[in-house]
Design a protein around this ligand. Structure first.
Ligand code: TRP
Ligand code: SF4
Length: 326
């Protein structure tokens, strides 16, 4: 029996290469060795984007196209949309009854976001309850493992506490899921800050080769290297973080010393990088084009995936209701 894995992503639209190397690539690798459920956390996006939902459908389509084009296989894993499986909401409600508010208030992500985000009013019930909905997402499938990044570990800890409390109150129903911490390579954006849609510094998986070339050429390098004749240092060069991922080792062994003795310029060096990125992404990009030619593709895929997910969640909810004596 393969271990059950559940993970979700909020629908953020087209994915950038940071999402790919940070999360998606890892999901793709897990499809064979685990029983995987991957979902679009569209209700979660409402916790912060409730005031403007106009882009959500397009964001879901774009993200799911990236998922499938870049390697998730609906024959190997269940791909679904949270809001198409209403059991998430029912379990969220039940879990909310047993979750002390203090657990949520001391959640570091909650405090940090309340302090840092001032364009939106996040003093809502739903935003405070974000980790409860996330706990419901996970234990609804009795997941054993949850691949997440470092930033989600406090949420996962709350999930474990909620599962434990449920079992304590109503009898053993849920396993306590464990984090499968995703190792994320350092992948800065074009300007050296974290790659993020809001900074406009990203290379998107679905960009065409021309756009990627332009983006890479605008990338910050070693800021001490002002003139072409100045020696550079790959270890402090922003672009070189991408070289490490995309450029083959033999080539890296040539470039690094050539940078240090100024026999290669940044323009040529980044051309090599752009070429390698485009070469690596080309087959996936072509697949994405092909998939998106069928306008009903994502809808159908999510409908079928959500049907499969419901088969599991339905049985678990029956157990939950029985445990509650409802
Ligand atoms: N909170 C996650 C994020 O922002 C998304 C998410 C929602 C999730 N439900 C989940 C991740 C369940 C793993 C499991 O990235
Ligand atoms: Fe970076 Fe390459 Fe320029 Fe060296 S030559 S600073 S590695 S871009």
């Amino acid at each position: 029996m393969k271990q059950r894995v559940v993970s979700g992503m909020r629908p953020s639209g087209r994915l950038h290469i940071g999402h790919y190397h940070g999360v998606l690539e890892n999901w793709v690798k897990m499809q064979d060795s685990f029983d995987c459920f991957f979902f679009v956390a569209d209700w979660h996006s409402l916790t912060t984007e409730y005031a403007d939902t106009s882009g959500i459908i397009q964001s879901i389509k774009d993200m799911v196209l990236d998922w499938v084009a870049f390697g998730l296989d609906p024959e190997k894993c269940v791909i679904f949309r949270q809001s198409m499986v209403p059991h998430h909401s029912e379990l969220n409600l039940i879990l909310s009854m047993i979750t002390p508010v203090s657990w949520l208030e001391r959640n570091p992500t909650y405090k940090e976001m309340l302090d840092n985000i001032d364009q939106r009013d996040l003093t809502t019930f739903g935003f405070l309850g974000y980790p409860v909905l996330m706990a419901a997402d996970i234990i609804l499938y009795k997941a054993k493992r949850v691949p997440v990044g470092q930033d989600q570990l406090p949420h996962l800890e709350i999930t474990r506490e909620i599962a434990r409390r449920f079992n304590h109150l109503y009898g053993q129903v849920f396993p306590e899921p464990e984090a499968l911490l995703t190792e994320t390579p350092k992948l800065p954006g074009l300007d050296g800050r974290k790659m993020s849609k809001s900074y406009n510094n990203s290379i998107y998986l679905s960009d065409d080769a021309e756009t990627t070339n332009k983006m890479v050429m605008s990338m910050v390098t070693d800021t001490n290297r002002v003139r072409r004749s100045d020696p550079g240092d790959p270890d402090v060069c922003v672009a070189f973080n991408l070289h490490r991922i995309y450029v083959p080792q033999e080539k890296l062994d040539e470039i690094a010393p050539a940078c240090r003795n100024a026999s290669i310029g940044c323009v040529d060096c980044k051309k090599i990088l752009a070429g390698c990125i485009n070469e690596r992404l080309a087959p996936f990009r072509a697949k994405r084009e092909e998939l998106s030619a069928n306008p009903g593709f994502v809808d159908e895929l999510l409908r079928e995936g959500s049907r499969k997910a419901s088969l599991v969640s339905d049985t678990v909810m029956m157990e939950v209701r029985a445990a509650l004596k409802f």
